[in-house]
Design a binder for this molecule. Sequence first.
Ligand code: HEM
Length: 374
Amino acid sequence: MTQFSFLLSLAILATQAVAFPQIQSLGGLSARELEDILPRLNAVTPPPPPGASNDTAVRLVNDKAHPYMPLRPGDIRGPCPGLNTLASHGYLPRNGIVTPTQIINAVQDGFGMDVEDAMVLAYSTMLVDGNVVTNLMSIGGKSPLTGPDPPKPAIVGGLNTHAVFEGDASITRQDFFFGDNHSFNPKLFSQFVDFSNKFGDGFYNLTVASELRFQRIQQGIATNPQFALLSPRFSTVYGEAAFPLVFFVDGRKADGKLSVKDALGFFRDSRMPDGFHRTDLSKSADAVKNFTGAIFAAHPTQPGKNNGTVNSYIVDPNTPGLNDLCGLYENFVNNIIVSLYPNPQGVLRDNLKANLNFFFGPFEGCTQLFPYGQ
Ligand code: HEM
């Protein structure tokens, strides 16, 4: 979606907020009422994925066209320092309300992330945390700017929503059990600095990532009675420890060593260092894969959760392992999406089908599932 049509759709949403004063949820309506109302909401047919960027070069991305700007009142940021930074530099809308197409373009342009990784993240989070009718998602807390909610149990809560993508054991954010699960946490960053000094000579490198990842899991098991590492969080927890080694390190250097000064800029301030160059897009997918595997291998942990008391971690044999991509896909569609959308109708059903279809793209080789028909 172009910037122009994005602004246009926000303007339409604003008009509809007046026409539909109760924009929070349509959960109380009968199937017949929904059938009537849903087509009149700001339904958007989700466009196909934008595809891979032809421009893979290392290049200046903190440039004149994408200056850092501080937050304005109402701008939303959330648990992902990558998306926060892209929004604060204008690669994503600065207000933090985004579409999957905007995410896929922004992570390629601003950080050199591979298109398939971008598609998996963009469509899976859209399906869980976004509004599939209006094709808008908040990169932080729930926002009326994503439009009227589809019926519950759909959440449409933005990326801050705990338990599916936002999860426990984050490196710089607290576990949900302790309160704020999405803001930069200075105490956790002190631990990040301590580990970088102890294991990385002042840099966050592969050894630091491996040790800190393990430490945060051990801390969660020992202090959080509700600590959980289940699918898909079990996979993202390792990938996210690897991302800073690839995407937050200047592409001219690309040595997997992130200084704590630059880390503070990204994690706390959503800000790229001056003169920052993105990494080589043609190499980033392999780098992420290799780092992720190495971080896991340093301290292999099984998926599981505490049973309501601390230090009671029980392995969950039903959660797919790190390399079981088809298992991940099946679990996501059959368990997570179907439980959020048990009986979608009309445009909601059509848009769920479209997003599920786009999401399947990178899982070619697995069996495609059609919970709402082909
Ligand atoms: C492609 C779309 C992306 C989506 C939908 C996404 C979403 C998320 C979400 C929901 C979290 C919270 C998980 C948690 O509880 O820790 C997260 C964390 C994280 N994301 Fe992203 N992300 C994306 C791309 C990126 C990119 C491009 C980068 C790096 C440039 C990045 C770096 C990180 C890091 C480092 C964390 C962990 C923060 C921590 O542990 O303190 N993400 N992301």
